[in-house]
Design a protein around this ligand. Sequence first.
Ligand code: 5AD
Ligand code: SF4
Length: 455
Amino acid sequence: MSASGKTFYLETFGCQMNAHDSEKVIGTLLREGYTQVETEADAGLILYNTCSIRDKAEQKVFHRLNDGKSLYKQGKRFAVLGCVAQQEGERIFERAPHVSLVSGSASYRRLPEMLARLEADEKRITGLDDRQTEETFETEFTARGNPHRGYITIIEGCDKFCAYCVVPYTRGKERSRTVASVLAEAQAMAAAGYTDVQLLGQNVNSWRDPAGQLTFADLLRAVGAIPGLRRVRFTTSHPRDFTPEIVRAIDEVPTLCDHVHLPVQSGSTRILAAMQREYTREWYLERIGWIRAAQRPISLTSDIIVGFPGETEGDFEDTLSLLDAAQFDAIFAFKYSPRPNTPALTLADSVPEEVKMERLQRLNERQREIQKCNYQSAVGQIVEVMVEGNNAARGQVIGRSSQNKTVNFTVDSPIFPASGTYLPVRITQAFPNSLVGIADPAAVSSNSEAQACLL
Ligand code: 5AD
Ligand code: SF4
């Protein structure tokens, strides 16, 4: 390794699963005696934890690697982790010969051994499991970046094989962690002062305790009952495995947040079939009905793909009308991007780029109108906000509601409340993506915990 010694720089691309994997990888590196640095220039080892969900994300990584070529000559070493690593495997060594280590997420438990080989200046080290692994990556050395809010993986991999999606090939088969290990991690986080945890998996609804009969709804109740935890979130849900028991758990367990992210992908039953989603528009709307019938005001968000092969204007209009029916609080919308290994790759990418672009724009415009209206309905309400930071220039505190909405608010105090504080905020104004408010002085004075943090 280089003169910089055992120092590393790690950059993450992609989803929350990747962000959390990086926390585990960082913990592993620290335990192996490495020091994290802020820039590539200061690092002996440069790691990219990569995403391949769409072509653009993948290309970004290869551009970065290309830019780093000259650093290799200075003795720095490169590692490519995550989804592009698993997808491209040894081809990465051909495209970027200065890379020494390539590892998919299902091989991270072997990282210490791979790092030792890297230190011995071995070239072309691989960890490519390719759906072989039954094990999850358990580590007690997760280096969480936030002291109040943190992720917990409950299930790794995916067995759904949606026609467009690369994840089953990059993250391996579905592996649930045991209830004992999930609860132990959540309890340890609560003991360390965490109050907000987010349970993670590609499809959290298909979690099953490998050693017993417990379902995901049971796990939610168990995590929600841990003393000290105040907010429990979960993502991502799959409509196929989403049950009424999950809604019942949210209704009954106050710590479970008022938010469900339930990707629909398309409002057209014909396209859903082509996507191999294994549900219809009506099936999806039935689940929305369960969520809307809850006692609590559960916020709904979703993912949508436009321009899947064969999507007609009529199919797309079905997606637009689904927005009206579902009344999402936010959507993440994407243009279809053909991915290696996926079943849809055999279909012609038939929707022209301009049409994909136009549909994406129309979709986002329709959703913006819906959000304008939905967010407006919060004006006048008092919502509990967890403080995440502040914008000193604007004199505003930045936080998040149980519904996962951003709330920017002012406090009647010269000192901003600390991050991690929970405050009741009266909503005074709404934008399509955020709320504005004032920390409620009456409620604050009756809330000693909040007041302590205000000082
Ligand atoms: N093209 C475009 N979007 C995709 N997604 C997954 N695969 C693709 C693809 N090939 C979207 C889905 C998924 C989100 C994480 O990314 O909407 O829910
Ligand atoms: Fe996450 Fe999927 Fe991207 Fe992998 S390909 S980082 S699982 S979004």
